[in-house]
Design a protein around this ligand. Structure first.
Ligand code: 13P
Length: 252
């Protein structure tokens, strides 16, 4: 049975004290939950990753990095490698986030390199994809998503896919307060699962968790998560408040 996942992407938020408090509060609340088939992930900024990884070690919470560089090591000032992440106990990395694509020029070609490097270092990948508003309006959203996934992930083999989690994040719904309707999310998730099934064996498609991201809040989480092909959420703003994040975990 594929796993349900609720992941919090903190982006560039929270300095030391806020970060520490948030981890502590989430940890306390998660302790009392019966998580069954659900994974809980938090992705703080790089500076607090090691401390957070240590703090949650004996809990059900996992940590993810928000990004990594594609090279093994070398003269890349300001960058972080996959090996560094592994060495501090991080086993997950978010790749392909629309903010990385838009503000840092990450292309499909670059993402192929990042994906390969992450897998080489046995990092599990939360791979983000999604269309911008114009694409949705011009009914081009399926094409866009198909291309993003095919270009960055379809060179992988079935075994590699055990380390892939997909996250559909329509760009128009990120941080805007506007959410895809549960039907729109389900429609895209089913489309993506079918794409994977056509390229690989249907077990690969059945096993891959597909998360929805874009203005998920305690008030709308349950309805979105109730859809058959929605296996959880990648949460931005609402993951910065322990109470809201825990409500979203409970919704699953
Ligand atoms: P919001 O939940 O703030 O819309 O952000 C979603 C997101 O980008 C998670 O990666």
């Amino acid at each position: 049975m594929r796993k349900k996942i609720v992941a919090g992407n903190w982006k560039m938020n929270n300095a030391k004290v806020e970060s520490k408090t948030l981890v502590k509060d989430i940890k306390e609340s998660v302790k009392g939950l019966e998580l069954k088939n659900t994974r809980v992930v938090i992705a703080p900024t790089f500076v607090f990753l090691q401390r957070t990884a240590k703090k949650v070690k004996k809990s059900a919470i996992e940590v993810a990095a928000q990004n990594m560089h594609q090279a093994e090591s070398g003269a890349f000032t300001g960058e972080i490698s996959a090996g560094m992440l592994k060495s501090i106990g991080v086993n997950l990395v978010i790749l392909g986030h629309s903010e990385r694509r838009e503000y840092f020029g990450e292309t499909d070609e670059l993402l192929v390199q990042k994906v390969d490097t992450a897998l080489k270092h046995e990092l599990e990948i939360i791979f983000c994809f999604g269309e911008v508003l114009e694409d949705r309006k011009s009914n081009n959203h399926f094409n866009i998503v198909e291309n993003q996934i095919k270009k960055a992930l379809f060179h992988l083999n079935s075994e590699d896919w055990k380390h892939i989690v997909l996250a559909y994040e329509p760009v128009w719904a990120i941080g805007t307060g506007e959410t895809a309707t549960p039907e729109q999310a389900q429609e895209m998730h089913a489309f993506v699962r079918e794409l994977v099934a056509e390229r690989y064996l249907s077990d690969v498609a059945e096993e891959v968790s597909i998360l929805y991201g874009g203005s998920v809040k305690p008030a709308n989480a349950q309805e979105i998560f109730s859809k058959e092909d929605v296996d959880g959420g990648l949460i931005g703003g609402a993951a910065l408040k322990a109470e809201d994040f825990v409500q979203i975990i409970k919704a699953i």
